[in-house]
Write a protein that binds this ligand. Structure first.
Ligand code: UTP
Length: 297
């Protein structure tokens, strides 16, 4: 059984959907309740059994690296003040995995970002978790990355997550066209990046969780820029599904695009409602707000 022990988290994009905040704050460092988005992504990887996490960072993204580093002064102060719960949480964040940071010198697309991880990935299979997407699993269920890693362990084929989206959303995503008449996991026939309306019947969108056999790296090495002058991961996945095989599976979890304003706000609300210390007060506030909105509309 091939276990997935390495993951790439691309976090070198420009985050233009979140300007002006992202002029100085990396999108992946925007806060969800009390931790940056990327902290939830790393936790998902660790809970899926990943030991080495390769962060792909870009210019002006030091804050991401610092977040996973030791802060002696802060830790010393928390210890002296007896704030041991906080201290424990801070230490756990930095010790949970080997965090290796690699620079993507220019934001030339997701495919280019993943190829930057090659020196650490070597010849191993690996997971990819987009640094601005978060998932919230249900109790006692393996998380989305673990679901993919388990599929890979059984088949040795690259396996990616898919979710059903309405027709008017298709153009926002990488789309998987899958073999019909089957059930999840589906064998993928082709991938298309952000298709124009009417060019595909598929509603299966890629939400940003993947497990790849190492073959994808050889394909990425040969890849040329296409849409927006970027090296698109979906182009190389398309080659992989023709040369080899790629499977796509649905998942059980809530997923939020926290790199998008609406997705970010929704994620904040749901995560806050999951926190025992906030839940009842916050729910009360939301119910009152919903009643006001109802009256005003
Ligand atoms: P996005 O397309 O959502 O990121 O990429 P972006 O380009 O930063 O976003 P907008 O559209 O301008 O707001 C998904 C993930 O891939 C990373 C991003 O940081 C994000 O976490 N990414 C994207 C890279 O690491 N390098 C790239 O060249 C592009």
């Amino acid at each position: 059984m091939a276990q997935i022990k390495k993951a790439i988290i691309p976090a070198a994009g420009l985050g233009t959907r979140f300007l002006p905040a992202t002029k100085t704050v990396p999108k992946e460092m925007l806060t969800l309740v009390d931790a940056p988005i990327i902290c939830y992504v790393v936790e998902e990887a660790v809970q899926a059994g990943i030991e080495d996490i390769i962060l792909i960072a870009g210019r002006g993204k030091h804050a991401i690296e610092d977040f996973f580093d030791t802060s002696y002064e802060l830790e010393d102060r928390l210890a002296k003040d007896g704030k041991l719960d906080l201290l424990e949480r801070i230490i756990k964040i930095r010790n949970q995995a080997n965090i290796i940071s690699i620079r993507q010198k220019q934001a030339l697309g997701l495919g280019h970002a993943i190829l930057a991880g090659l020196p650490v990935i070597g010849s191993d299979p690996f997971a990819v978790l987009l640094g601005d997407e978060i998932t919230m699993g249900f109790h006692n269920e393996p998380n989305v990355t673990k679901q993919l890693a388990d599929s890979f362990a059984q088949t040795n084929y690259s396996t990616v997550s898919i979710m059903n989206v309405p027709e008017n959303q298709v153009r926002k995503y990488g789309i998987a066209e899958v073999e019909e008449g089957a059930s999840s996991p589906f064998r993928v026939k082709s991938f298309i990046e952000k298709p124009d309306p009417g060019t595909t019947k598929s509603r299966w969108a890629l939400p940003g969780r993947y497990v790849f056999s190492n073959k994808i790296m050889s394909i990425l090495k040969e890849a040329k820029p296409t849409l927006h002058g970027e090296i698109q991961l979906t182009d190389s996945m398309n080659v992989l599904c023709h040369n080899d095989a790629v499977f796509a599976r649905t998942f059980t979890a809530k997923r939020f695009d926290a790199g998008d304003k609406l997705g970010y706000l929704e994620a904040n609300i749901e995560l806050a409602l999951n926190r025992p210390e906030l839940r009842s007060e916050f729910a009360k506030y939301l119910i009152e707000l919903a009643q006001q909105l109802k009256v005003n509309n």
